[in-house]
Design a protein around this ligand. Structure first.
Ligand code: SF4
Ligand code: SF4
Length: 136
């Protein structure tokens, strides 16, 4: 199975070989989608993990034991595109780069494949054009 997770590392834990352990110990294929990690600071990693369900469950236990928060990304953002006035306010908060303004037409594009469902755009849009939907 394939699932996305956001791992949040407390300060001082970012030097540990966590992704190496996930691959070697739990037989997980990892696709790093986004990394925000600095030495001795809190860091975050958006990962796609591909593995058997039992290995994924064991890996989540391992992360918990190592004090690393592991949040499953199963929510999704619904964008009400036809009401957008392309002001760009939401792009300023979109760390993942899912919301961008076109260089030529200055129109907003939403790339759902880059969205990490951080929900920052929900508050940022003055028209309330982002909604969070949950999937099983
Ligand atoms: S939830 Fe909104 S701000 Fe966060 S990554 Fe997705 S589109 Fe960007
Ligand atoms: S903040 Fe809202 S209105 Fe402005 S560009 Fe983003 S979605 Fe469109």
């Amino acid at each position: 199975m394939k699932k996305r997770f956001i791992l949040t590392f407390p300060a001082g834990r970012t030097n540990n070989p966590i992704t190496y352990d996930l691959i070697k110990k739990y037989n997980i294929k990892i696709n790093i989608i986004k990394a925000n990690i600095g030495a001795e600071e809190e860091g975050s990693l958006l990962l796609e993990m591909i593995a058997e369900e039992s290995d994924l469950n064991n890996a989540q236990e391992y992360l918990k034991e190592n004090n690393i928060n592991c949040q499953s990304v199963e929510k999704r953002v619904q964008f009400i595109e036809n009401e957008c006035m392309h002001c760009g306010a939401c792009t300023a908060v979109c760390f993942a780069g899912a919301l961008t303004l076109g260089k030529d037409d200055w129109k907003l594009s939403f790339d759902a494949t880059k969205c990490i469902v951080c929900e920052l755009c929900v508050k940022a849009c003055p028209l309330g054009l982002f909604e969070i939907h949950f999937s099983e």
